[in-house]
Design a protein around this ligand. Structure first.
Ligand SMILES: NC(=O)CC[C@H](N)C(=O)O
Length: 222
């Protein structure tokens, strides 16, 4: 099973995401944002955290117009898997692969700390290793994590079980405590918390490991 991690100028979690995929048994290719094709046979694309293009304009907005993002959108449209973490989630909303937008944190401050989450949906390859309603803790590190969408979109996300994670003590003002959402086919997950930074004992927290743990098996079965 093969993963591609996209690298933008200013990405800083690309290696962390690659290691998390590798630990889960996936072969990983790093792909520069100017490439115009994904490596052949890629099963899952990782959009990593960081400060792509220095967060100029809006977080993820310039990255969303990188040549490779057309291919990422085509991969998602074909039913391919995509995981976007933090800046990667912002790229997913900027490309409209996922609905909504990530606004400046309600407190206008950059927040870097571990937060509590509830696993709100387990019907996806990313969340099926958790128990429904399970409480976990993951690190966040962002200034634009305030998820918003119009009421109809929020109702649809909730009604269709597409809210993957919710904050238990909302740190950034996100609508309906939303920390991560799934695409309608549940193969794309965008989330602000960083599971790759809490995925091995040396991190002091392994709550994020299960986002990756089942991927190889799930992708083989898909
Ligand atoms: N850790 C990240 O990916 C941060 C994303 C973005 N630069 C923000 O601060 O909101």
């Amino acid at each position: 099973m093969k993963a591609a991690v996209i690298v933008f100028p200013g990405s800083n979690c690309d290696r962390d995401m690659a290691v998390a995929f590798e630990r889960a048994g996936l072969q990983v290719d790093m792909v520069w944002h100017k490439d115009t094709a994904l490596p052949a046979g890629v099963d899952i694309v990782g959009l990593p955290g960081g400060f792509s293009f220095g967060d100029y304009l809006r977080c993820g907005a310039i990255a969303a117009n990188s040549p490779i993002c057309r291919e990422v959108a085509a991969h998602a449209a074909r039913g391919g898997y995509v995981l976007g973490v933090c800046n990667g989630f912002q790229v997913l909303t900027e490309t409209k692969i996922l609905p909504g937008a990530l606004l400046r944190n309600a407190g206008l401050k950059y927040i870097c700390r571990t937060v509590g989450l509830e696993v709100a949906e387990t019907q996806s390859v990313f969340t099926r290793a958790y128990a429904a309603g399970e409480r976990i803790a993951l690190p966040i590190a962002h200034h634009d994590g305030n998820y918003t969408a119009d009421a109809a979109t929020l109702d649809r996300l909730e009604g269709d079980g597409r809210v993957a994670f919710r904050y238990t003590d909302n740190p950034n003002g996100a609508d309906r405590d939303i920390a991560g959402i799934l695409s309608d086919n549940r193969r794309v997950l965008g989330m602000m918390p960083h599971p790759e930074r809490a995925s091995e004992p040396a991190h002091g927290n392994t709550d994020g490991a299960r986002v990756f743990a089942d991927l190889a098996a799930a992708l083989t079965a898909a």
